[in-house]
Design a protein around this ligand. Structure first.
Ligand code: GLC
Length: 596
């Protein structure tokens, strides 16, 4: 019943062992007619995501705090990024690390005070950094005042803020929960003899967006933060806000793919348009939705400029394809390591935005394991090269790049082997369920070592000091023991580090409009080891060639072009041999192409 992966490396190394024959020269890359689409500041920025709980602790409670972020603003600025996205820092009982909010207008006690927030925001703005906040409004905490009222009696004015199913109607039609230990998204509440809906944990009841009063509350919260000066929002689980509130039995065609059914309910676009009219359209903000369930076919309904809904969203095809896929709501591994398929996904998404809308690109965040461990190779001989190669990818796509804290120094998976080390409710609850059902716990733990969210949540590694310089107390989650070599201080000293390369890549993106707005053209599509593409704008064409393999790889300059200057490379030697590129393992190069 429960199938989990072979260790990631077994599959990855098998895939890497394949060496491609020299590829045939691909067809012409780009034409001088390539011109920039509508320009906007939020298309040109690089966003740095901070997981505040694990970033920097200043008061010794083992949990990162706002003063910790403020103390590192010069570091953040030095990266060259423009915008910071903070995971939730609002008051919360922390069932799901802040994604269960009990007060949207207060700061989580462990993280500091509103005065600390104001000082942090001022410090960011003084340095020309913008701030976007996480907006979590599909659900609240069950400890939010609204829910406490709502559950207190059937005729309480807050009753209709949530979805209730009275017990006299019988058991509600099956809905699965992402996080619940027993699997059901309906939780019986004896006070009023009714079930409430929670797609996530039982401490995260879903808000009822059908109720205009709920929507007004949300818009008021958004205005509160925008008026304080924040520069926009990352919108958590936003396609889930609209639901068929008659809760019919799950339609048969969605069997096994509940996410597709849960997301994009009947009024979603009405709500997003209303939110835009009431709030977003009135500010010069940056917004990005978490786009679970959004596909290439309906993407533009969310982000085409004339729709007046969102600017951008995160799509999940890339991260779901390579390394992890929700299976029955647990993130398990898809086992598919095909680079060719991955390239096709990038290509497909780029073509969606070729005429309208704008995309985002990310390879890691707080819900994913570490980028270098999944798409690169974190074994010591390859960690640096492959992390730099992945940054080359992130920073040369036609989309707004989101970089997750720690990835700028190439932090890797911790790979816990003991359930007691885990802190994420998703892993813990599933483990408990499996234990009760007599499932294969060893196989589960082997899988989680590669794919669990906690891999991406271990403390930021600042220095080779105790606890990696993250805290003087006891860290809330274990520090990755590789901090003695992988840390900011060491990488600052070493000019060949991932950190220095990351800064150079950002500078390159800023200096080359072709890397932001230029046409994207996939080259050498069938090559199983190398991801190669051209970016062209106003007659300037850059070629990017990335080896995803321990065996290196080869590709060639496209027909009709010859190779010009190499503008950046993650390794010392040049891969160019005439029109051929012979890439070392995980080598990345960006070079100029000249038309013959
Ligand atoms: C989003 C968040 C994730 C959280 C979930 C529930 O997917 O990124 O961390 O657990 O929503 O809020």
């Amino acid at each position: 019943m429960h199938r989990f992966i072979k260790p990631l490396w077994v599959t990855l190394l098998a895939a890497c062992a394949h060496t491609a024959p020299p590829p045939a020269p691909p067809t012409a890359a780009a034409t001088p007619a390539d011109t920039a689409p509508n320009q906007a500041w939020w298309k040109e920025v690089v966003v740095f995501q901070i997981y505040p709980r694990s970033f920097r602790d200043t008061d010794g409670d083992g949990i990162g705090d706002l003063r910790g972020i403020t103390s590192q603003l010069d570091y953040i600025k030095s990266l060259g990024v423009d915008v910071v996205w903070l995971n939730p820092i609002y008051q919360s009982p922390n069932d799901d690390n802040g994604y269960d909010i009990s007060d949207y207008r207060a700061i989580m006690s462990e993280m500091g005070s509103m005065a600390d927030f104001d000082a942090m925001l001022r410090g960011m703005h003084q340095r020309g950094l913008k701030l976007i906040m996480d907006l979590v409004v599909n659900h609240t905490s069950d400890e939010h005042r609204w829910f406490e009222q709502s559950r207190s009696s059937r005729d309480n004015p807050y009753r209709a803020y949530y979805h209730w199913w009275p017990a006299e109607k019988g058991t509600p039609p099956k809905r699965w929960s992402f996080f619940d230990e027993e699997g059901s998204a309906w939780r019986y509440d004896s006070t009023t003899r009714a079930y409430y809906l929670h797609y996530f944990s039982r401490k995260q009841p879903d808000l009822n967006w059908e109720n205009p009063q709920v929507r007004r509350e949300v818009y008021a919260i958004m205005k509160f933060w925008l008026d304080k000066g924040v520069d926009g929002f990352r919108m958590d689980a936003i396609p889930f806000i609209s639901k068929d509130t008659t809760f019919p039995p799950l339609p048969a065609e969605y069997a096994g793919n509940y996410v597709a059914y849960y997301a994009k309910g009947p009024h979603l676009h009405d709500y997003l348009r209303e939110m835009n009219q009431e709030v977003l359209g009135r500010y010069n903000d940056l917004n990005v939705g978490e786009g679970g369930g959004v596909t290439v076919d309906d993407a533009l309904k969310f982000v085409a400029a004339d729709r007046h809904e969102l600017q951008t969203f995160f799509e999940f095809d890339i991260v779901d394809h390579w390394g992890r896929r929700p299976s029955n709501f647990l993130y398990a591994d898809s086992g598919n390591r095909s680079l060719v398929a991955l390239k096709n996904i990038f290509n497909r998404w780029d073509s969606v935005y070729a005429q309208s809308g704008w995309g985002t690109v990310f390879l890691g965040n707080h819900d994913q394991s570490r980028m270098v461990s999944r798409y690169g190779n974190d074994a010591p001989p390859y960690r640096k090269a492959s992390a730099k190669m992945l940054h080359t990818l992130l920073l040369t796509m036609r989309a707004t790049p989101y970089v997750y804290n720690g990835d700028e120094i190439g932090m890797a998976n911790i790979r816990f082997t003991d359930i007691r080390d885990y802190r994420d409710l998703m892993t813990i609850n599933y483990y408990n369920r499996l234990e009760r059902e007599g499932g294969d716990l060893r196989e589960f733990l082997a899988s989680q070592a590669e794919v669990s969210r906690d891999n991406g949540r271990t403390p930021m590694q600042w220095a080779a000091d105790t606890n990696a310089g993250f805290t003087r107390g006891i860290p809330w989650i274990r520090v990755n023991p590789d901090y003695r070599t992988v840390n900011v201080a060491a990488e600052e000293r070493d000019t060949s580090s991932v950190l220095h390369y990351f800064r150079r890549m950002i500078k390159l993106r800023k200096a080359e409009p072709a890397l932001v707005y230029g046409r994207f053209q996939l080259l050498d599509r069938a090559n199983p080891d190398v991801f190669a593409y051209a970016r062209s704008l106003n007659g300037r064409t850059l070629m990017v060639a990335l080896s995803f393999s321990k065996a290196g790889g080869r590709t060639s300059v496209p027909a009709g072009y010859s190779a010009g200057r190499i503008v950046i490379s993650n390794l010392a030697g040049s891969p160019l041999r005439g029109g051929q590129l012979l890439l070392e393992p995980y080598q990345a190069v960006v070079l100029e192409l000249q038309k013959n």
